[in-house]
Design a binder for this molecule. Structure first.
Ligand SMILES: [Zn+2]
Length: 308
């Protein structure tokens, strides 16, 4: 059984920074329907680790939903939250938060409600600055990418009572806000309130989360050569700096690969004209193409979750 901890009503034009402990669930629910909710999240114990839309969309696609994780940025790259339930299954990680500049430049409104300023104001409760606001995960926002590569926003279909549930996997500062766009399709051209509920997760909720491998490359400040948070705003050069790039200088070695007659035939049949006479390049392409198809989720450069 879940225990309800708190209920919050988010009015249009506002957002709220919420301490969500590992094992707690944040439910974001439509009161009237058709309202986009922008969302930021930080590691509660180290705000320099935060949710990263780029990593999240690489692993789960442009419209992450139920069964997706919300990841933090490299080199942390941890699953911060898990989407337990999503009744609409339409969210966006392509578009940035709307901002004051957007409304002034495109519409001439100097003081329009906007997600960046709402996030800044909500995060200020925990001492963060407007520069700390990061790319939003946009719940209920209905977007797609066309053949021309352009992303578009469509009216959304969420109704009263539709909801998304996020389970915190580590302690986070979760910051949802009512998107300020009343003059775009994002929230069907109006602003509506949103209901938030915080629960203690039940055992059954926790069991739904697939296991995520913990790898050495997921680094924390104790592994950084420069682990200190800069306390001043201007930049100046460290005279003691000596570059220490990974594996540099890079060495290239020739390696003989022997193919059987059968393998050589398969190789000739599959090799791409792109590489001309360069058999080494053609073989590297074939080998790594096979590897990507076998081991990377949706060929996106992200390891498959839960199948290792
Ligand atoms: Zn917005």
């Amino acid at each position: 059984m879940r225990t309800l901890v708190e209920t919050i009503r988010l009015e249009p034009g506002t957002g709220k920074a919420i301490e969500l402990r590992a094992g707690q669930i944040l439910r974001i629910e439509q009161i009237e329907g058709g309202q986009c909710v922008d969302f930021n999240a930080f590691n509660l114990n180290d705000y320099k680790e935060f949710m990263h839309c780029g990593r999240t969309r690489t692993v789960h696609g442009f419209n992450p939903t139920e069964g997706s994780f919300l990841w933090s940025q490299p080199p942390r790259e941890r699953a911060l939250l898990y989407i337990l339930k999503d009744t609409v299954k339409r969210n966006d990680v392509l578009f940035p938060r709307c901002s004051a500049y957007l409304y002034e430049s495109a519409y001439g409104f100097h003081d329009h409600t906007n997600c960046h300023d709402i996030q800044s104001e909500a995060q200020r409760e925990y001492g963060l600055t407007p520069d700390d606001v990061h790319d939003s995960f946009n719940f209920f926002m209905n977007t797609e990418v066309g053949q021309d590569g352009k992303a578009t926003i469509t009216r959304q279909s969420s109704k009263a009572g539709d909801y998304v549930e996020l389970l915190a996997l580590v302690d986070v500062l979760a910051v949802p806000n009512v998107c300020g766009a009343d003059i775009m399709r994002t929230s069907n051209f109006s602003l509506k309130p949103i209901k938030l509920e915080i629960y203690e997760a039940a055992e059954a909720d926790l069991r739904q989360v697939p296991s995520v491998p913990v790898l050495r490359s997921q680094r924390t400040p104790k592994d950084f050569r420069q682990p200190n948070i800069k306390a001043t705003r201007e930049l100046s050069r460290d005279p003691a700096y000596q570059p220490q790039f990974t594996n540099v200088p890079i060495r290239i070695e020739e390696l003989a690969v022997t193919l059987s007659e059968e393998e050589a035939e398969a190789f000739d049949a599959l090799r791409l004209p792109l590489y001309g006479d360069d058999e080494g390049a053609a073989l590297r392409d074939l080998l790594f193409t096979w590897w990507e198809e076998k081991y990377l989720a949706a060929n996106s450069g992200a390891p498959a979750i839960g199948d290792r």
